[in-house]
Design a protein around this ligand. Structure first.
Ligand code: GLC
Length: 732
C-alpha cells in the first residue's frame, strides 16, 4: 500500500513540477520597485543578465523575453527625437511617422536663464520621446564651454557650472516625469571634438570639482537622473566609459548614483575595465576597430561573450554582473514597466508653443544703438534680408543631434509673415556648401557675385537684416570636429563690410552655438545673438525684431575679442587641443568670465549680458544678517524696477568674491540668479537664498570642500560685466 501511495505521490509531484514548469514565470509587479528588481534578478540566468549589458542594434539593447522584460530603446538627442535608423546603421530608415518638433539648442535654453522653461522643455521633449516609444533620451549635454572652437558647444549650457547646474535639473525632471530616462552627457571632460576618441585629459582636482563636475553632480543628486553617458576621451589614463575614479569612486560611491552608465557609441575599449570600472551598458562598439561600420555580431562586444566567459571561469565576480543587471532592470522598471507611466504626444501645438517661447526668451540683444530695434511693421517700406542663414535649415547636420523635422520656420519665412512679402527682398549673400559629417564641401557658387547681388539689394533698401553666423557643417557647430578660428566663416565679414558701405542701416543677426569675432562691431548699429532656434526659429526672431516680444536672453558664455584672449588658448598647444595624446587644462578654475575678470582682459560681450527694449534698476541690496556661521543660509534681498515703457524681464545675477583665502579664487563666481518679469513702472522684491556652504572652494589638501572664515563680497548686477552693488558679509 505504502509503495502505491509513495508512487502516486511522486507521480503527482512530478506532474505538479512539470505543470509548474510549464506555467509562464510571472514577475511580481505588485511589489515596490527595489523588490521587483530583486525578484526579476532572482529569476534570471547568468546569460540573461549578461545579455542586458550590451547593444543588440545601433540604438537598442536586449530585455529578457522569457520574463516579459522589454528591450531598452535609446534615441538622440537633446533638442528633438532623432529619426528611426536601420537596425545597425547611422543613416535614416526613411520612416514616415518620425518627423519631430525641433526645440531650440540648449545654449538657447541656457541663455533664457529661466529654469521654468527648462522644465517645460524637458516635459515637451519627454512627451515626444515617449510617443516614439523611447526608453532613454540621449541628452541633455552639459559639458562646460571651455573653448569657443568646440564643435559641440551648441548642444551644451555654457561656461558657468552654476548656470548649467540650475538649468539642467528641471530639464531632466521634465523628461523623467513622462516616464522616459534622461541620459546626461558626456561624463566627463569632453570639452572639444579634436581627438575626442582618445585625448587623455588632465587638470587640477579643484578645476575638476569646481568647474567640470557640478552640472553632472546636480543631475545625479538633485534631478535623480536615471542614466548618464560616459565620454569618449580619457581622463588620467582611463577612458571615461570605464574610468574607476569617475564612475566607481565619484559617481557611484560618493554621489550614490543608482542609474545606468551608458557608453558613448564606440567609447568602450576593454572588457576588464568595462567590467570593473563602472560601465553598465555598452553601445555602438566597433569590435574590429578598423572601421566604424564593421559588420560583426553584437555578441563580440566587450561586455558580451568575453564578459560571460570571465564570469563562468570565475575571473569576474558575479556581484559585478548583478550590479549592472540591477541598474538596468531599475531603469526598465522606472520607464517601460512602470505601472503608472504617462503617455506622450508628438508634434503637438503645445510643443510648438514651448519651442517658440524658449526661442523667444533665449534670443540675446547685444547692441541696439538709437533704438534700432524694434522695427514695427509699418516703419520701413523696403526691407532687405541678406544671408544664407535666413533661408537654410539649421536643424539638419551637426552630428548626432541632427533632426528630421515636421516643419522648420526659417527667419526669412518669419520675416515675410511679419512684414509682408511685398516689403521683403532676399539675397543669399554668402554660401557654405552642404551640411556633411566628417568633411566639408565648399559651395561652388562664386562668392563675389553673391556679394555683388546682395549689395545691389541692400542699396535699394530702407533697412538691411544680415542673417548669418555659423551652421551645422563640419568645422562649424558640428560634432566630430572643432572650428579652426573665431572668425565668421564663408566670407561673411567681407560681405557685412560691403553691405555697410552701401547702407549703414544694416543690423547683424547671428545664428550660432558659439562666440565669433566681430571686426565690424563699431560700424553696425544693432546685433542680435540668435541661437539654433529650432522649428519655430522664424516666428521667434520675427516676434523679437518687430517688438511683439521684448528680448530677455543673457549670454551663457563670454564673447572674446580675439581667440588668444580665451583661457584655453593662452597656454599653448598642451592646453588646447593637446599634443594629440595628452592635454592639460592649464587655466585651471579660470574658465570663461572667471578668466576675463581675474586677468583683466575685456571681453567683447561678457557672460550674463543682454539688452532689453526697456530698462531696469536693481534696488538696494541687503542681507538678513552681516555675520554667518558655516551652516547658515544667506538671505539676500533687493528690488527690481522696470524703469522703461515696455513689459520685459531682467535677470538679476548674484556673484560672490572671497578676497582673502588660502588659495587663489576668481574675482567673482555666480551663486544665484533670478529672472524677473515686470510691467512698465512695476517694482518687485526679490529674495535669494545662498547657502554659506555654496561659497566653498574645493580644498585639494583636504580632498573636500572648504569655506574659510572671513569676509565675502556679494556682488549684484545684470551681467558679469555690470555689477551695480556690493555688500560685504562675514563668515565666522
Ligand atoms: C555620438 C555622440 C553622443 C550620441 C551617441 C549616439 O557619437 O557623442 O552624444 O548620443 O553617439 O548617437
Amino acid at each position: 500500500m505504502k509503495s502505491i501511495v509513495l508512487t502516486v505521490t511522486v507521480l503527482c509531484a512530478s506532474l505538479w513540477a512539470g505543470a509548474q514548469q510549464k506555467q509562464p514565470v510571472y514577475l511580481d509587479l505588485s511589489q515596490p520597485l527595489e523588490k521587483r528588481v530583486e525578484n526579476a534578478l532572482s529569476l534570471m540566468t547568468t546569460e540573461e543578465k549578461v545579455s542586458l549589458c550590451y547593444a543588440q542594434s545601433k540604438f537598442s539593447s536586449k530585455g529578457v523575453p522569457r520574463l516579459g522584460i522589454p528591450e531598452v530603446w535609446t534615441d538622440d538627442g537633446p533638442h528633438g527625437i532623432r529619426e528611426e535608423v536601420l537596425w545597425d546603421e547611422w543613416g535614416g530608415a526613411n520612416w514616415t511617422n518620425d518627423s519631430c518638433t525641433a526645440f531650440p539648442a540648449l545654449t538657447c535654453l541656457a541663455a533664457s536663464f529661466n529654469p521654468k522653461l527648462s522644465l517645460l522643455y524637458g516635459k515637451s521633449i519627454g512627451e515626444e520621446a515617449r510617443y516614439r516609444n523611447k526608453t532613454v533620451l540621449l541628452g541633455p549635454g552639459v559639458n562646460i564651454y571651455r573653448t569657443p572652437l568646440n564643435g559641440r558647444n551648441f548642444e551644451y549650457m555654457g561656461e558657468d557650472p552654476y548656470l548649467s547646474s540650475h538649468m539642467v535639473v528641471p530639464y531632466i525632471q521634465g523628461v523623467q516625469s513622462i516616464g522616459v530616462a534622461a541620459c546626461v552627457k558626456h561624463f566627463a571632460l569632453n570639452n572639444q571634438e579634436e581627438w575626442r576618441g582618445h585625448i587623455n585629459v588632465d587638470l587640477s582636482d579643484r578645476a575638476l570639482y569646481e568647474i567640470y563636475l557640478p552640472a553632472f553632480k546636480a543631475a545625479v543628486q538633485e534631478a535623480k537622473v536615471w542614466s548618464i553617458m560616459g565620454a569618449y576621451n580619457q581622463f588620467r589614463g582611463e577612458h571615461c566609459c570605464h574610468n574607476d575614479l569617475l564612475l566607481n569612486k565619484i559617481l557611484k560611491n560618493d554621489w550614490k548614483f543608482d542609474g545606468v552608465v551608458i557608453s558613448d557609441w564606440g567609447g568602450v575599449h576593454s572588457t576588464d575595465q568595462a567590467v570593473k570600472n563602472g560601465l553598465d551598458l555598452e553601445m555602438g562598439t566597433y569590435t574590429d576597430g578598423l572601421t566604424t561600420n564593421g559588420k560583426f555580431p553584437y555578441s563580440d562586444y566587450y561586455l558580451a561573450k568575453p564578459f560571460l566567459k570571465g564570469i563562468k571561469e570565475g575571473k569576474y565576480d558575479i556581484a559585478l554582473l548583478d550590479d549592472k543587471a540591477r541598474r538596468i532592470l531599475r531603469l526598465i522598471f522606472r520607464t517601460t514597466m512602470s505601472a503608472n507611466r504617462p503617455y506622450g504626444r508628438f508634434v503637438s501645438p503645445e510643443h510648438s508653443e514651448a519651442a517658440r517661447k524658449i526661442a523667444e526668451e533665449g534670443i540675446v540683444l547685444l547692441k541696439n544703438d538709437k533704438q534700432f530695434f524694434p522695427i514695427g511693421s509699418g516703419k520701413y517700406k523696403k526691407i532687405a534680408v541678406i544671408g544664407e542663414n535666413a533661408d537654410r535649415s539649421l536643424v539638419v547636420g551637426g552630428g548626432s543631434s541632427s533632426l528630421k523635422v515636421a516643419y522648420e520656420k526659417s527667419p526669412l519665412e518669419g520675416l515675410i509673415a511679419k512684414y509682408g512679402k511685398d516689403h521683403i527682398t532676399y539675397s543669399l549673400g554668402y554660401a557654405s556648401g552642404p551640411a556633411l559629417y566628417g568633411r566639408e564641401e565648399p559651395s561652388k557658387l562664386n562668392a563675389d557675385s553673391l556679394i555683388n547681388a546682395a549689395v545691389e539689394v541692400a542699396k535699394q533698401a530702407d533697412v538691411v537684416f544680415f542673417i548669418g553666423g555659423l551652421n551645422k557643417n563640419h568645422f562649424q557647430d558640428c560634432e566630430g570636429g572643432d572650428r579652426k578660428s573665431l572668425s565668421l566663416p564663408f566670407g561673411q565679414d567681407k560681405l557685412i563690410d560691403a553691405l555697410l558701405k552701401v547702407n549703414k542701416n544694416t543690423a547683424v543677426v547671428l545664428l550660432s552655438g558659439n562666440a565669433v569675432s566681430m571686426p565690424w562691431i563699431n560700424k553696425v548699429p544693432a546685433i542680435i545673438q540668435g541661437w539654433y532656434l529650432g522649428s519655430e526659429a522664424g516666428n521667434a526672431l520675427a516676434e523679437v525684431i518687430s517688438g511683439e516680444v521684448n528680448p530677455s536672453g543673457k549670454l551663457p558664455f563670454s564673447f572674446s575679442k580675439k581667440l588668444e584672449d580665451n583661457a584655453a588658448h593662452f597656454y599653448g598647444k598642451i592646453s588646447y587641443p593637446g599634443d594629440s595624446i595628452n592635454q592639460y587644462y592649464k587655466e585651471d578654475i579660470l574658465v570663461g568670465y572667471r578668466w576675463f575678470d581675474t586677468k583683466k582682459i575685456a571681453p567683447q560681450y561678457p557672460f550674463g549680458y543682454g539688452l532689453s527694449y526697456t530698462s531696469f534698476n536693481l534696488g538696494t541690496l541687503s542681507t538678513n544678517k552681516s555675520v554667518y556661521s558655516k551652516e547658515d543660509v544667506i538671505k539676500v534681498r533687493f528690488t527690481v524696477k522696470n524703469t522703461g515703457a515696455r513689459y520685459g524681464a531682467e535677470v538679476a545675477q548674484l556673484y560672490v568674491n572671497d578676497p582673502v583665502c588660502s588659495v587663489s579664487r576668481p574675482v567673482k563666481e555666480l551663486k544665484a540668479f533670478e529672472k524677473v518679469f515686470l510691467q512698465p513702472g512695476e517694482t518687485k522684491v526679490v529674495e535669494m537664498d545662498v547657502k554659506v556652504s555654496d561659497l566653498a572652494f574645493y580644498d585639494e589638501s583636504r580632498k573636500d570642500w572648504n569655506v574659510e572664515a572671513g569676509d565675502f563680497i556679494l556682488q549684484l548686477g545684470n551681467s558679469s560685466g555690470n555689477i551695480s552693488q556690493k555688500l560685504k558679509i562675514t563668515v565666522k
